[in-house]
Design a protein around this ligand. Structure first.
Ligand code: SF4
Length: 331
């Protein structure tokens, strides 16, 4: 019996998904900005949102981070951090030209996909990159081998691809996609290209898969599933879709508790609650408090996996932190 099947005591309950919220890549990226601010002092420039979450971005801005869209907005010689979503090689080149001190907070699991793209391109494969057009991660990965990569934005795009040699083609993917929709896209591609190769290991990351898995578990019991996350967060948006596909009667994405419309809760007995991989848990706790004020006082946490992965900080930052610590000891 899962915790989801326990009997509610108040008649109104919350099924709280776990895992939810921060993944190892987001935790590392946010810590990178915080440590850089401590070490070098404000301002620290960050190219693009470090992670796709309004609250995180505002909090770091308050500490002295300046978010920019492109390297040209960073003063020559200043420090710039590249976001967790990764960047194309040309972005490093631009940084060099402007003598920027670049710190790369790309999630190692995104870097892994970049390496796969480079390797297959070097072997002259056609690469079908499944992902959302315009998403920063897809732009960065595609930039590794633009001549070899075609974007496949969902199952509907599968019929449009053209390849040079059907026996030398591989699919890769964005890390934050819907697991089920990606399987559907791959099946459609394989129907046309039977020799299509799969990535050497899953590109959809553990955090994305785990958050979708637990939402699927709770969704059939939920009158409404609330996902805490920002609109531009791919994995958060996917969680709402997955909840609806898995049987939740309604699903909503909110950045903050105050965005919850009371009408969504009218008549609801069971509310599912989760959060995207870029969301600090304090925002989920605020939603729980908001729900408790409306009678949803019984909270059952449904746990389908325990995550222990931690990534170490970027080498370039660790090196400077070590040097600063050594200088402080000598002084
Ligand atoms: S969602 Fe996955 S790929 Fe993206 S930062 Fe988190 S662990 Fe890395």
């Amino acid at each position: 019996m899962t915790e989801a099947q326990t009997t509610p005591q108040t008649g109104k309950r919350v099924l709280l998904a776990k895992p939810r919220g921060y993944c190892a890549g987001v935790d590392r990226a946010v810590q990178t900005v915080e440590e850089a601010l401590k070490l070098y002092g404000a301002p620290i420039y960050v190219r693009k949102q470090i992670v796709h979450n309004k609250h995180v971005v505002r909090t770091l801005e308050d500490q002295g981070a300046i978010f920019v869209e492109e390297n040209e907005e960073v003063p020559e010689g200043a420090t710039v951090i590249f976001s967790a979503h990764g960047v194309a090689p040309e972005v490093y080149e631009q940084a060099k030209v402007r003598s920027l001190k670049a710190i790369d907070a790309t999630c190692p699991l995104v870097t892994k996909v970049h390496q796969e793209a480079k390797r297959f391109a070097a072997e002259d494969y056609d690469i079908l990159l499944i992902g959302h057009e315009g998403h920063e991660e897809v732009v960065g990965t595609a930039g590794e081998a633009p001549a070899h990569i075609q974007l496949v934005d969902g199952p509907g795009d599968a019929d449009k691809v053209t390849v040079r040699d059907p026996s030398k083609v591989v699919w890769l993917s964005q890390t934050t996609l819907s697991v089920d929709e990606t399987l559907e896209t791959v099946a459609r591609l394989k129907a046309r290209l039977p020799l299509l190769q799969s990535p050497p290991s899953d590109d959809i990351c553990y955090a994305t898969s785990n958050r979708q898995h637990v939402v699927k578990e709770i969704a059939p019991e939920c009158d409404v599933v609330l996902v805490v996350g920002s609109r531009n967060s791919s994995n958060s948006v996917r969680l709402v879709e997955v909840a609806l596909d898995a049987g939740a009667r309604a699903g909503h994405l909110v950045d903050f508790a105050h965005e919850i419309d009371d009408a969504w809760l009218t008549g609801a007995r069971t509310v599912g609650l989760t959060s995207g991989a870029s969301v600090p848990d304090e925002l989920v706790q605020e939603v729980l408090a908001h729900l408790a004020e409306r009678g949803f006082t019984d909270v059952d946490e449904v746990v389908t996996a325990n995550e222990r992965l931690i990534f170490s900080l970027p080498q370039e930052l660790k090196r400077d932190m070590k040097a600063a610590a050594a200088a402080a000891t000598r002084a």
